[in-house]
Design a protein around this ligand. Structure first.
Ligand code: HEC
Length: 367
C-alpha cells in the first residue's frame, strides 16, 4: 500500500506543537542525594553505579533479552515521560517480555521519584530540555524531536506526506540510523535520514523476534491500561486467577455469543475475562443499543449473558452515564487496530485472532 493511501485511513488530528522553553529541573538536591543511596542499593547491580550500564544496550544476550540500558541519558530513557518511568520501576519489564523486576513492594512513590531524580541528574542539559519540552504539551514527541535527533531536516518529508495525521511515537530501533514512527496503529520505518519510508514488520533474525509486533503490544497494553475493571464487564476466574484475557465483544456477533457460552470453562481454568464493548458498525451497529443496556444494568454480568442469548426483555434502557463506555470501547478498539469481534488480547498485548473453542483457547491464554 502506498503511504499516501495508508494515510487517508488515518483521521486528521492537528498535532500539538511543543515549545522549547528552558525548564528548571523538577527535583531538589535532597531528592538526588536520597535517590543516589536507593539507586545504589536497588538498581546499580544491573544499571551501574552511575546509571551508565550497559553501553551496548541494543545487543540482546544469548536468551534474546536486552541488557539493562544506561539510564544516564545516553540511551532512550528520555523518550519516556515521568509516569511511564515510574510505572516501569514499579512494575518492571516482565509484562512486556523484559526481565527487569518490579519494585512495587520495595519502594514507595517518593523513593521511586528520588531514584528518577538521581539518574536524571546525570542527564546532560540538552537531553533534559528535550525531555521536558517534549512532554510539556502532550505525552507524545513532536516531529521536531526527530528532526533534532537525526540532525537532518530531510525528515520533514514525512510530515509533508502525512499532512496533519498524528505521529504517536518516534523511537530509535536497534538498527543503526533506522527510526520507527508510529502513526495510529501503523508503523513506518525511516531510512536514509528520512528520505525513504518503509512499511512492514521488522524482524530480528538472530532470535526471530518481531520487533514491530513488540511495539504494537506495548501500545496495546498502554491503551488497555486506561480502563479499570469498573469500566468493564468482568467474569472473574474461579479460584486463583492465572491469566487475564481482554475481549472486545459485541452482543450481536455470533462468535461472541459462542465464546460467551463457554466462558465458565475459561473461568474454571483460572482465566479472568475482561469484556470491552465494541459495537461493530459503531453507533449504527446492531449491538450498539444492547451494549448500552448491558452497561447500565445493575448486574452487568447477568445482562451480558442475557444479551448474548438474545434475551433482551429484562434489559434496562441504555441511558445511564456508564453507557458512554460503549463509545470509549469503540475508540480503544480502533486505536488498537482490531479487525473484528471477538478480538482477544492477552495481558501482554498479544492478539489472538477471532473465536476458537475453549479447548484450544485455554492453553494459548495460559502460555
Ligand atoms: C536484575 C537487573 C535489573 C535491576 C535490579 C533493575 N533493572 Fe531496570 N532494567 C533492567 C533491564 C534488563 C531493562 C530492559 C527492559 C527489560 O528487559 O525489562 C531495564 C529497564 C529499565 C528502565 C527502562 C529504560 C528505557 O530506556 O526504556 C528503567 C527506567 C529502569 N530499568 C530503571 C530501574 C531502576 C530505577 C531500578 C532500581 C530501582 C532498576 N531499573 C533495577 C534490569 C534491571
Amino acid at each position: 500500500m502506498k503511504l499516501q493511501n495508508l494515510l487517508l485511513l488515518i483521521p486528521l488530528v492537528i498535532s500539538g506543537q511543543a515549545l522549547a522553553a528552558e525548564k528548571a529541573r523538577w527535583y531538589s538536591d535532597e531528592q538526588v542525594a536520597q535517590g543516589k543511596e536507593l539507586f545504589r542499593q536497588n538498581c546499580a547491580v544491573c544499571h551501574g553505579q552511575n546509571a551508565e550500564a550497559t553501553p551496548n544496550w541494543k545487543q540482546t544476550d544469548a536468551n534474546g533479552n536486552y541488557p539493562p540500558p544506561p539510564l544516564n541519558g545516553s540511551a532512550h530513557t528520555w523518550h519516556h515521560d515521568l509516569d511511564l518511568l515510574r510505572r516501569t520501576i514499579r512494575e518492571g519489564g516482565k509484562k512486556l517480555g523484559g526481565v527487569m523486576p518490579g519494585f512495587e513492594d520495595k519502594l514507595d512513590a517518593a523513593q521511586i521519584d528520588s531514584i528518577i531524580a538521581f539518574f536524571q541528574s546525570k542527564w546532560p542539559d540538552e537531553i533534559y530540555q528535550r525531555w521536558s519540552g517534549r512532554f510539556e504539551t502532550s505525552d507524545l514527541p513532536s516531529l521536531n524531536d526527530i528532526v533534532v535527533a537525526s540532525k537532518r531536516p530531510i525528515t520533514k518529508l514525512l510530515r509533508q506526506r502525512i499532512g496533519n495525521a498524528q505521529i504517536d511515537d518516534i523511537s530509535e530501533t536497534s538498527v543503526e540510523d533506522v527510526w520507527q514512527v508510529q502513526i495510529g496503529n501503523r508503523y513506518v520505518y525511516l531510512l536514509d535520514d528520512g528520505k525513504y519510508a518503509l512499511m512492514g514488520d521488522l524482524i530480528d533474525l538472530e532470535d526471530g523476534r518481531n520487533l514491530t509486533e513488540l511495539s504494537r503490544r506495548v501500545a496495546t497494553v498502554e491503551t488497555l491500561s486506561g480502563f479499570d475493571d469498573a469500566d468493564l464487564v468482568v467474569f472473574a476466574a474461579r479460584g486463583e486467577s492465572r491469566a487475564t484475557l481482554n475481549v472486545f465483544t459485541d452482543t450481536s456477533c455470533p462468535y461472541c455469543q459462542k465464546l460467551h457460552n463457554e466462558i465458565e470453562k475459561l473461568q474454571e481454568a483460572g482465566i479472568t475475562v475482561r469484556y470491552f464493548p465494541y459495537a461493530r458498525g459503531g453507533s449504527r451497529g446492531p449491538g450498539y443499543q444492547h451494549l448500552k443496556s448491558v452497561w447500565c444494568a445493575e448486574d452487568r454480568n447477568q445482562a451480558m449473558t442475557d444479551a448474548k442469548n438474545e434475551r433482551y426483555d429484562g434489559l434496562p434502557p441504555g441511558d445511564c452515564d456508564a453507557a458512554s463506555m460503549i463509545d470509549r470501547g469503540y475508540l480503544a478498539g480502533n486505536k488498537i487496530g482490531i479487525s473484528g469481534t471477538p478480538a482477544l488480547l492477552k495481558s501482554n498485548g498479544e492478539k489472538i485472532e477471532g473465536y476458537r473453542p475453549y479447548q484450544e483457547l485455554i492453553p494459548q491464554v495460559l502460555q
